[in-house]
Ligand binder design. Structure first.
Ligand code: ADP
Ligand code: MG
Ligand code: ZN
Length: 345
């Protein structure tokens, strides 16, 4: 038994499947010719004015409702200043002090037990473009620049890689059920940064965290966190100190390697974006979006348990993907539900 306890908090970026970008009418289609989905606004030309995409607000709000968040009806866009060649504004439009959603939670099942994971906040922000490096040339593709994202930040409530994966799978199922993202992890529509620290068992304070970037599959999340826990334990055993840093996961070598020291919040010089008004949602919109929420995986699982008498872990497999659950339900309407379930499982 290890003398340490692991502490994990996740930041998940989800591409919203709106037709157009967050502040202009450029399409968000993936995989088209480089720099064809670009206009003056998302290319960051001087003097342009962003106009907020209403559907993005709707989708982000749906995520907040599904995760039992408080929805702030006066959230504010902020400029997060940093330089990167694939971000022509030299700042990212994000939300900081007043995000759209806060104080939510998500229940996960691990080892037959239910555990509640706190959701700190969900905010809207723009994605960056892409740098592509080939030989001694570098290319810049702005098709993805300013595509709408939500970032879902969890409390540091997870205690193992298994819990982190269970949380991510549950979250992935919910956002896909909501119809707000295609959830495609290979194309980067659902990406996760894992913050990992360890502390002596029973300690009141958290240890120093490392932030693991580039986790684009559930399997990589599991492996990267497990590697990182072992690395931190070895470091402490050798009398080293853990430094706060950003680390990249290399799936081929199955290691994490230091990328850069972790920047602090004040480095970004956040301030409210003077080009954008606070985001307001009318009562009519709010109640419509609430009423239109689809049945979510947890409720669907309970219904399937009643229909089939299956134990929870198996019913959970049936609802993990919305397409699978739809298929089961259509087939079960015409045959013995338990038999159909067993066949699919
Ligand atoms: P940043 O952008 O600086 O990473 P965020 O507030 O967006 O800051 O995210 C911080 C994430 O790190 C949250 O998910 C939080 O739960 C998690 N976290 C904070 N402290 C620790 C810690 N000591 N160990 C593990 N995770 C932590
Ligand atoms: Mg982070
Ligand atoms: Zn544009």
């Amino acid at each position: 038994m290890s003398a340490y306890e692991t502490v994990i908090g996740l930041e998940v970026h989800v591409h919203l499947c709106t037709k157009s970008k967050l502040f202009c009418s450029c399409p968000t289609t993936f995989g088209v010719e480089p720099n064809t989905n670009v206009c003056e606004v998302c290319a960051g030309m001087p003097g342009v004015l962003p106009v907020l995409n209403q559907t993005a607000v709707e989708y982000a709000t749906r995520a907040g409702l599904a995760l039992d968040c408080t929805i702030n009806n006066d959230s504010v866009f902020a400029r997060k200043n940093y330089f990167y060649p694939d971000m022509p504004y030299n700042y990212q439009i994000s939300q900081f002090e007043r995000p759209l959603c806060e104080f939510g939670h998500l229940d996960i099942n691990v080892g037959g037990e239910t555990k509640r994971i706190g959701i700190t906040r969900i905010h809207m922000e723009t994605d960056a473009g892409k740098n592509i490096h080939e030989g001694d040339h570098s290319y810049l593709d702005l098709n993805r620049a300013a595509v709408p994202l939500i970032e879902i930040v969890s409390e540091p409530d997870m205690r193992s890689a298994e819990e982190a994966v269970a949380y991510l799978k549950a979250l992935h199922a919910i956002v896909v059920y909501l119809g707000i993202t295609d959830g495609n992890m290979e194309e980067g529509s659902f990406r996760c940064d894992a913050n990992v620290s360890i502390r002596p068992k029973g300690a009141a304070e958290f240890g120093t965290r490392a932030e693991l970037k580039n986790l684009n599959s559930f399997r990589n999340v599991q492996r990267a966190i497990d590697y990182e826990i072992a690395r931190q334990q070895d470091a402490l055993a050798d009398g080293e100190e853990i430094v706060q840093e950003t680390r990249l996961y290399d799936a081929t070598k199955n290691i994490t390697a230091s990328m850069r020291g972790k920047e602090e919040v004040h480095d970004y010089r956040y301030f409210p974006d003077p080009d954008l008004l606070p985001v307001t949602i009318t009562d009519e919109e709010f109640s419509r979006w609430q009423q239109e929420l689809p049945e979510l995986p947890a409720a669907r699982m309970q219904r399937f348990i009643t229909m089939t008498g299956l134990p929870e872990p198996e019913a959970e497999v049936l609802v993990q993907s919305r397409a699978m659950a739809d298929f089961f339900e259509a087939a079960a309407a015409k045959a013995d539900a338990r038999k159909v379930a067993n066949f699919i499982l």
